[in-house]
Design a protein around this ligand. Structure first.
Ligand code: DC
Length: 233
């Protein structure tokens, strides 16, 4: 690696539960960059909407109500003693709350609202101003940072991803079945790839990674290798 290298922006995009957050977080820690989970921001807006009755019983968001509340929604990340980050919604730690199935089930339609995306994309771009970040999401390499020096697109089958997510949720004590988790993954994939506003797609200059059969260590090594290649250019 060149010692005079300027910090870069690393975009990690992919389907839900593709393991992209874990890999982005680990890469950021290994290279001393800041990690930003853009999905957490969409989840925080969704939690706000749920708590304010802005989502109907059948999961349809009341877009107008959400849009006019955007200026009342402040999202931040608080760094913990162990280095992890907790999502803060209007000053309250909502890290646990935004991971619950209640939010997971409601988030995709909220993330499909153009005005919500515009507001969050602007926040994400501001967070990347000083570079030296790894951000994961769906549109980071295509919309948020089209000039990111390193773009990774993570791919894995819906079954593999559902299996991983199911295991994670069971370990956290959630009462869910594999079928429920798979249905949620497939449903979210559909909304994320077919929405009109910046759907999930691979940026032309992104490097694809199918991590279905990779161990965490193999994944870390592969990512570090990609990073070092960019830095030595
Ligand atoms: O990565 P995740 O599962 O926490 O993302 C939650 C939702 O937010 C998911 O429906 C996709 C959406 N999202 C998005 O549209 N754009 C991003 N940059 C990040 C997440």
């Amino acid at each position: 690696m060149k010692t005079d290298s300027k910090p870069i922006i690393i975009a990690v995009d992919g389907f839900s539960s593709s393991g992209k957050s874990t890999m982005a977080r680990r890469l950021a820690a290994a290279i001393g960059y800041r990690y930003i989970d853009s999905g957490a921001m969409y989840r925080a807006v969704t939690l706000y909407a749920l708590d304010h009755g802005f989502i109907s019983a059948d999961g349809t968001p009341y877009s107008e109500a959400i849009i006019s509340s955007l200026h009342d929604i402040n999202i931040d990340f608080a760094i913990q003693a162990d280095g992890s980050q907790h999502t803060m919604l209007n000053g309250v730690d909502v890290e646990k709350e935004i991971r619950r199935l209640r939010v997971s089930n409601a988030v995709s339609p909220v993330a499909a609202i153009a005005e919500v995306r515009h507001a969050l994309v602007a926040m994400q771009q501001a967070l990347g101003k000083s570079r030296g970040i790894v951000m994961d999401g769906r549109d980071i390499g295509t919309v948020v940072f089209p000039d990111a020096e390193l773009k990774i697109y993570v791919d894995a089958s819906a079954e593999t991803r559902a299996q991983r997510r199911f295991k994670e949720m069971i370990e956290k004590g959630a009462a869910v079945t594999y079928e429920e988790v798979l249905a949620n993954v497939v449903h979210r994939d559909h909304i994320d790839t077919t929405r009109e506003e910046s759907p999930l797609r691979r940026a032309d200059d992104a490097i694809s990674l199918d991590n279905s059969t990779m161990s965490l260590e193999e994944q870390d090594a592969w990512l570090l290798d990609q990073f070092n290649k960019v830095m030595s250019r």
